[in-house]
Design a protein around this ligand. Structure first.
Ligand code: AHR
Length: 338
């Protein structure tokens, strides 16, 4: 296959523009870019090869997000997506190995959802030397912005800020609270802490009992909160950085003979259907959507990058919040869950 990146270098701007039209023509329409125009990737009958260094099975949000990417980068839309899930959601080495393989195979572009924020400089430099553009999905990395085209994700600081703003309104006198964090070392964990803490900063009466990772899972969310409640039976509020941990926390609250949503309020981030159902049932009190459906934005960014066009360094995916059983039920009825 003619290497498109090198071809771009030869044909100059006008040719690249023509190529962009070819690529753009294959970008899908619809909610998620999943329904392509049917033309091949680069107009000469060849597919655009995309190496997706992914997290793999992790939870409801991840499943929805990775399926959305697979749907958008379909063959009908002109892509040959090579999916490389990590050996486990915390196994960065398997991701680094997959990344290197994609560079060696000279894919046209690499999509990366990192299992760890640090440790990516060498891989990104390898891709840059090979003139393979890299696009970050969801998670950021601790590396120079010059080493990747863009990061596509909802604004974690802002999403977590909506949780803090709701909490301050809900507890005008302040509250004792505990934070359940995602996997340590992730950009989104730090960004969510930053957004939530900034929103409650300056509000009177807020007491942080503590914070601990529950590794995005319901089981660990339950076991952590069981321990916390033994030592802090008057805990008022739990900020769970994702739905699964929040649902686990609600189970721990109930197991302690307390009523989740009344004795202890729990707010989560993601917006999966189980969380909306728990909010509709009153077990959760607030859910901030972390919108996983950005396959079309990723297709646009890939097409622009391969056409040599400039791309925003951060592409923000919009979302919404749900703050009552009625709002949750309406969201379920409108198919907003996933
Ligand atoms: O990086 C996004 C986070 O990863 C989601 O909020 C969480 O559910 C997933 O595990």
């Amino acid at each position: 296959m003619v290497n498109k990146k090198r071809m771009l270098g030869l044909v100059g701007f006008v040719g690249a523009g023509a190529l962009a039209l070819g690529l753009a023509g294959c970008a899908g329409g619809g909610d998620n870019g999943g329904s392509g125009s049917g033309s091949e990737g680069n107009g000469d009958g060849e597919l655009t090869t995309v190496g997706f260094v992914a997290v793999g099975p992790e939870g409801g949000w991840r499943n929805a997000n990775e399926q959305a990417i697979k749907d958008a980068f379909s063959q009908e839309a002109g892509f040959d997506l090579k999916y490389a899930p990590a050996a486990s959601p915390t196994d960065q080495k398997s991701q680094i190995d997959a990344f290197a393989t994609f560079v060696n195979d000279e894919v046209d572009v690499i999509l990366l959802t990192a299992t760890e924020a640090s440790g990516w400089e060498d891989s990104l430099e390898l891709a840059q030397e090979a003139e393979i553009p890299v696009i970050l999905l969801d998670r950021g990395v601790d590396a120079s912005e010059d080493l990747y085209v863009t990061r596509i994700a909802p604004d974690n600081v802002n999403v977590a800020g909506t949780v803090g703003e709701w909490a301050v309104e809900t507890f005008p006198e302040g509250a004792s609270y505990f934070t359940l964090e995602g996997v340590p070392g992730l950009s989104v964990v730090n960004e969510r802490n930053e957004g939530f803490e900034a929103a409650i900063e300056g509000a009177e009466g807020w007491t942080k009992i503590g914070a601990q990772t529950a590794n995005w899972t319901a089981d660990e969310g339950k076991s952590v909160i069981e321990t916390v409640l033994k030592e802090n039976p008057d805990l008022q509020f739990i900020f769970a950085q994702n739905d699964e941990m929040g649902i686990g926390a609600a189970a721990a609250v109930a197991a302690a003979g307390l009523t989740p949503g009344t004795d202890v309020k729990i707010a989560t981030i993601d917006g999966t259907t189980p969380a909306l159902e728990a909010l509709a049932a009153g077990e959760l009190s607030f859910v901030a959507q972390y919108n996983p459906f950005f396959g079309d934005l990723a297709v646009e960014a890939v097409n622009s990058a391969l056409a040599g066009d400039s791309v925003e360094k951060n592409i923000i995916v919009p979302g919404e919040t749900f703050d009552s059983p009625e709002a949750a039920q309406a969201a379920i009825d409108e198919g907003k869950g996933f």
